[in-house]
Write a protein that binds this ligand. Structure first.
Ligand code: AMP
Ligand code: GLY
Length: 424
């Protein structure tokens, strides 16, 4: 029986811990740093996700069989390289391979070389040249900071004034660090997320899901880390989303995920973790909006509950470069609604009491919670928790999910009322 260390402490890591706790091969789960919900299923270790040396020392001292990395910051900090150099098994990409997420310019060049469909683009470091390019183009235009910017590095600018302000921020004011931007064509169509377990040239796609990035109903308000997600039963096809046909799904795997895995292997930086495609179904076909080098949050919280296969086997195969087993998925719809602190993604209060009704019968994945010394639960982050409901159909999953949300009492939480509206 195996001992596993999960790195991270949000809803995504809670879903990973939950999936591992269903494994027949796992005896003990640690999570660093974890959170109040994770603490019910794993032993939390108070180490930061980017404390690579501390995590390595912990894994050695506790004879951890396998480490699973959630957040990109830990990958970008080189956790996988260091663990492997020490002879430890770890699920996640090397620092070099994480560039598929951490550098937009790298991702765009890779896609161009592998003929992967994506928005046309140019890269700039010079403000005047970038501004001249934007002036000569059409609006809206899309400006992306080339580096990790905690999800805040993308500006869809409807006017020249807004584009200029974004360029000034990113190239002149050094707001996020060294200045390089990608300016790209504005695409239209529904967005969806397709994740795959990837090891070298092996690609095992998961079911697709849709995230809701804006804070308020009707896709109003600022961009957030994600306010809800869903994935649908196989009643309308194999993708897990009724608006993504079997042909679309096959295209995304064979013309996007597979060529990217191959190109990374060819470049000497093979993938060994999750490849997340942020995709759009445009009038001219499926195109890439972005790649992430990790499980999506909050998509993972609705996708992993459907995974029937033993996730330890999958993680271990990827970590060791062995053949990845085929994936079995439950034929059900899953919806997750995020409950966030009022004010998020801006400033918000912490430490507000949360009460869950005794009759509550669905899953909760904790995102930012804390347990007080007296055992009571309080808010401790922007996104606080995610309520997950599964059912044979989407309308039923939605009814159950919102009924469960109503059983959670807290003075300082808000949530969207229209998750999965696009398909309901
Ligand atoms: P990203 O962080 O790259 O996913 O971008 C954040 C959001 O900006 C995406 O979810 C899209 O809604 C939007 N976006 C990014 N790139 C484009 C594009 N080329 N065309 C239209 N919208 C885009
Ligand atoms: N749900 C978007 C992300 O994980 O980046």
């Amino acid at each position: 029986m195996k001992k596993v260390l999960v790195v991270g402490g949000g809803g995504r890591e809670h879903a990973i811990v939950d999936a591992l706790s269903r494994s027949a091969r796992v005896a003990k789960i640690y999570c660093a740093p974890g959170n109040a919900g994770i603490a019910e299923q794993a032993e939390c270790v108070s180490l930061k996700d980017t404390d690579v040396d501390g995590l390595l020392a912990f894994a050695k001292a506790n004879q951890i069989d396998l480490t699973v990395v959630g957040p990109e910051a830990a990958l970008a900090a080189g956790i996988v390289d260091k663990f492997r150099a020490a002879g430890l098994k770890i699920f996640g990409h090397t620092q070099a391979a994480t560039a598929i997420e951490s550098s937009k310019d790298f991702a765009k060049r890779l896609m161009a070389g592998a003929q992967v469909p994506t928005a046309a683009y140019r890269t700039f470091t010079d403000f005047d040249k970038a501004l001249a390019y934007v002036k000569a183009g059409s609006f809206p235009t899309v400006i992306k900071y080339d580096g990790l910017a905690a999800g805040k590095g993308v500006v869809v600018a409807p006017t020249l004034e807004e584009a200029e302000a974004a360029l000034r921020d990113m190239l002149l004011d050094g707001r996020y660090g060294e200045g390089k931007v990608v300016i790209e064509e504005f695409l239209t169509g529904p967005e969806f997320s397709l994740m795959a377990f990837v090891s070298g040239r092996q690609v095992r796609p998961m079911v697709a899901a849709q995230d809701h990035k804006r804070a308020f109903d009707g896709d109003e308000g600022p961009n957030t880390g994600g306010m809800g997600a869903y994935t649908e039963s196989f009643a309308t096809g194999k993708s897990g989303l009724s608006f993504i046909s079997d042909e679309d799904y096959d295209f995304a795997v064979s013309h996007i995920l597979q060529p990217v895995a191959d190109a990374m292997a060819d470049a000497g930086t093979p993938l060994s973790g999750v490849l997340y495609g942020g995709l759009m179904k445009t009038p001219t076909g499926i195109k890439v909006i972005e790649f992430n080098a990790r499980f999506g949050d909050p998509e993972t919280e609705v996708v992993l509950p459907r995974l029937e296969s033993d996730i330890y086997d999958v993680f271990e195969a990827v970590a060791t470069g062995s053949p990845i087993p085929g994936l079995q998925w439950r034929d059900e719809s899953v919806m997750g609604v995020v409950m966030a602190s009022k004010g998020y993604p801006g400033s918000y209060a912490k430490g507000v009491a949360i009460t869950v009704a005794p009759a509550f019968a669905e899953r909760i994945y904790h995102m930012g919670t804390k347990r007080q010394d007296d055992g009571s639960l309080v808010t401790a982050g922007g996104r606080v928790l995610m309520v997950i409901a599964s059912a044979p159909t989407m309308p039923e999953a939605s009814r159950r999910c919102y009924a469960a949300v109503a059983q959670i009492t807290c003075d300082n939480l808000f949530y969207r009322h229209d998750i999965a509206k696009y398909v309901l």
